[in-house]
Design a protein around this ligand. Sequence first.
Ligand code: PLP
Length: 362
Amino acid sequence: MAHVKLHIPGPVEVSARTFHAFCRPMIGHRGQGFKDLYAQVQPGLQSLLSTRQLVYLSTSSAWGVMEGAVRNLVHRRVLNCMCGAFSDKWLDVSRRCGKEADPLQVAWGSPIRPEQVDAALATGRYDALTLIHNETSCGVMSPLAEIAALKAKYPDVTFIVDAVSSMTAVPIGFDALGIDVLLAGTQKAFALPPGLTVFTASPAALAKAAKAGDRGYYFDLVEFEKNARENMTPSTPSISHVYALADKLEEFKAEGLEARYARHARTNDMLRAWATGHGFTLFPEPGYESRTLVCVNNGARPGGRTIDVARFQKLVKDAGVLIDGGYGKLKGLTFRVSNMGDETEGTIGALIGILDAALARL
Ligand SMILES: *Cc1c(COP(=O)(O)O)cnc(C)c1O
């Protein structure tokens, strides 16, 4: 069957080089070979996150760590900052974990604003908050640095941040932000196969987790830290993913992180220009558009052109590329195209040729 190239906002296309690295022969996860491999990825991950903390590897999708962070770090009540499908879901997940949880809900398409977070935290009700940096479902990037600055005012509130679809595409400095947990699944902007999550935690978060009686085992932060000190994971990891990650970090290093961020900005600009050049508007509130995808407005809000998204998506697919036809309640009312991972001006240029041809045939 012919492969349809992924331009959905995750999972994204995985290169032949990465699959080659993924397929290296298996080793034992308690042996020196694995410890060396684990130690090998640490400097690359620490420089990616600008942190001196150990970076952990979880064999799970992002939700495993998102749920685990809640179980470890919500002891009183959590504020779930919500602006789209993934961030909304975190409220549900918190409650399913038996936690007291409140929504800070804004309309899909709007970012979370620091003033809103400040007002909610000022009530003194919360000992933790969850925030999604890049809300992939509607292509909105919230102002992480401005929100993280509130940590200085509320030092006892644990800031748990999902950077699933932004980590590696825009700079996110964990130590400078002063937040407590930062996580990303690797099937988005890392362009690895699904199944691995990279995350780190502050010393304060680790100390707090140690006091949680019901934090379970698989996502126990204390276990992750203890094992990371020995260059290991708590349980048997997907070692293939770690091989692929090590190779990917070499690619990041060769390209240079600044160049990588600049490349994502340029390819994202190309997609924005394609959309607006064809009479569409973008779904996010201006100024808060994602850098790793475009979420094109197609009738979800007034203004701009609308098309038959299902038909457009089908024409694009017939040409060998999968784009997204809108997430959840935005299905058909938006469509999304990703520039995450290995995409270059060349590949995005080719994609735009396909989008143009499909649009012309509608
Ligand atoms: C994809 C995504 C998730 C969920 O990731 P899984 O790997 O399916 O667990 C969470 N948050 C954001 C922002 C995402 O884009």
